[in-house]
Design a protein around this ligand. Sequence first.
Ligand code: C2E
Ligand code: MG
Ligand code: MG
Ligand code: MG
Length: 285
Amino acid sequence: KAKELGRNCIHEFDFENDVAIKLQYRELEYITQGFSNNEFLLFYQPKINMETNEIVGLEALIRWQHPAEGLLPPFRFLPFIEEEPLAIELGKWVIDQAIKQHNEWRDLGLVIPISVNVSPLQLQHEDFIEQLKEVLFLNNSFQAGLLEFEILESSIIKDTQHIAEVIDQCKQLGIRFSLDDFGTGYSSLSYLRKLMTDSIKIDQSFVIDMLDDMDDQAIVKSVIELSKTFGRTVIAEGVETKEHGRQLLKMGCQLAQGFGIARPMPASSVPEWIHLWKTSSPWIA
Ligand code: C2E
Ligand code: MG
Ligand code: MG
Ligand code: MG
């Protein structure tokens, strides 16, 4: 009897697993197709210094302009390709595309550092440095010091030592690093210590709720203190209102990003946004 049950369980499990694999395979096929049809594009979201009103960066955020479903955010496709070779290819494309876009803006006189999200798996890939060098070589008028990689702390960081070495090699090329979504991973503090990133991004979930949730406020405060102790720059994401901004300034965090400042926008809207930003009165007066 038990054996029978066991067998049933195994059978059922296999069946579900099979369906999941087929689904995953299908998604992967669609995404690969979309990529070869050039349906991916980058949106950009500004980062500002609330004290000086200066624009300190533009973060590239990937989108899929799906022919039938419209504009899709990353969570609709990245999870399906996370561990596939396509993620490596797409990751390389994002870096190249962001650099080319930066160069275009630079030629208009708009020189603003760009940030690109890189997954830990991407960083851990054996060809990462080589491919990065190739991209930099092919865009040789680009100054690597104007590029920042945002790394997600994640359970898929298998080998922190190796990641630390890759970060080191990138730094030798002049690239800067930021620890994204800080505080949400399962070993934030150990990453902070082992990964020599220039800055820390306080996860938006803490920032968004900090105005009425005292626990979140305490976390935000602690991360700001922590970043100072460790000599890192700190930036808050999820700054949805000026009140968030004012609180953060009081707590000693000047850098911010969020819907209250600007939503991610298509590249074509960026020059106009910069112009408006520079000609308007300061965001926090
Ligand atoms: P992230 O890097 O932490 O990016 C911030 C996300 O929060 C973005 O979502 C942005 O639109 C959203 N956001 C910004 N300000 C606010 C705010 O004030 N309130 C709220 N509620 N949300 C805000 P998006 O564009 O959907 O990206 C989601 C995540 O996907 C990113 O989180 C990043 O981890 C990943 N991602 C995006 N582009 C890439 C990419 O090119 N490569 C990789 N590997 N991951 C990417
Ligand atoms: Mg990011
Ligand atoms: Mg983030
Ligand atoms: Mg995030």
